[in-house]
Design a protein around this ligand. Sequence first.
Ligand code: NAD
Length: 370
Amino acid sequence: MASFKILLLPGDGIGPEITREARRVIDWLGAKGIATFEVEEDLVGGSAYDAHGEAISEEAMKKAHAADAVLLACVGGPKWDDVPYEKRPEAGLLRLRKDLELFANLRPAICYPALADASSLKRDVIEGLDILIVRELTGGVYFGEPKEIIDLGNGQERGIDTQVYETYEIERIASVAFELARTRQNKVTSMEKRNVMKSGVLWNRVVTATHKAQYADVALEHMLADAGGMQLVRWPKQFDVIVTDNLFGDMLSDVASMLTGSLGMLPSASLGAEDPATGRRKAMYEPVHGSAPDIAGKGIANPIAMIASLGMALRYSFGLGEAADLVDKAIAAVLDKGLRTKDIMQAGRSEVNTAQMGSAIIQALDEIAG
Ligand code: NAD
């Protein structure tokens, strides 16, 4: 039986509550003999700062490097608002992304039929929606140098961030998008701002060349990122895979996420380069949402984004597509039954807490697996 190492990083706020439910699903998969999972756990974010004075320890980084997949819940909270910038909870996340070289962030936006009415858009606009945003994660304006605030000496300061991309960075993210499109509807939309940004001109040129050289069978269209934002809320079903840079991807994926209702529903994956020797990629899976300090400790958080993130790990890191489908079906089945955590509660449905939602998903897994 295949064996996989998972590092669980529950993090802060609601993290430990939702991680507990994902752990139950891992144990269920193990008990069913789908694979053997060797699970380790460690601290990240504010909880790691409290224990070690750093947002992630060297020991935890070692475990992350050794794992087949890292499953991280969420970090942050008001308790750590005043810690030094380089030790803030998010620094743990950024270090994981940087050191594991996780350059491709995958965010699916899928509309579960049972939740179509919870969206701020009309049902016919989003029903059946299934798009995937592929965001470049380790380059662009979040990392480019110079990045500083300069005192101009005249009572003024100047804040500088630098948007910078090199050919290889665009090639590798475009390749991920094209490869994924081949497993879906075979269409990629590349978004940049080539009308006003040099990095956009290069982005457009390199995506076009990568397409021509290796992926001519995939449909490719280019769209300015601002127009893309508009099209995402006008008629999102026109898209299959969207590939874009770090900054635009941050915003566009948040827009896409709200098409489907609640933050508590949205998983994501971050992938690194393929190791030529093993064919495996370093990978981290995490919900899109934050640590929800307003509801932490109350046992009412929605664990679905965390469980769906585990589902993505099954699909993209472990090659267990059927098990991933099973998890997705169990989530859909529970929603069809009318069970809702508070964040997605609708009139006439039954409100459940975090643990009850987890139990219902395990029960649905049992029913579907037979
Ligand atoms: P948030 O995502 O934590 O919360 C936004 C709203 O959504 C809140 O009302 C919250 O209760 C609700 N919510 C989020 N996840 C939910 C879930 N699973 N179930 C039910 N309700 C849920 O965003 P925020 O309030 O802007 O940030 C809170 C903290 O999280 C901050 O410290 C922020 O820096 C951090 N943060 C971390 C990540 C991450 O770990 N990847 C991402 C975003 C924000």
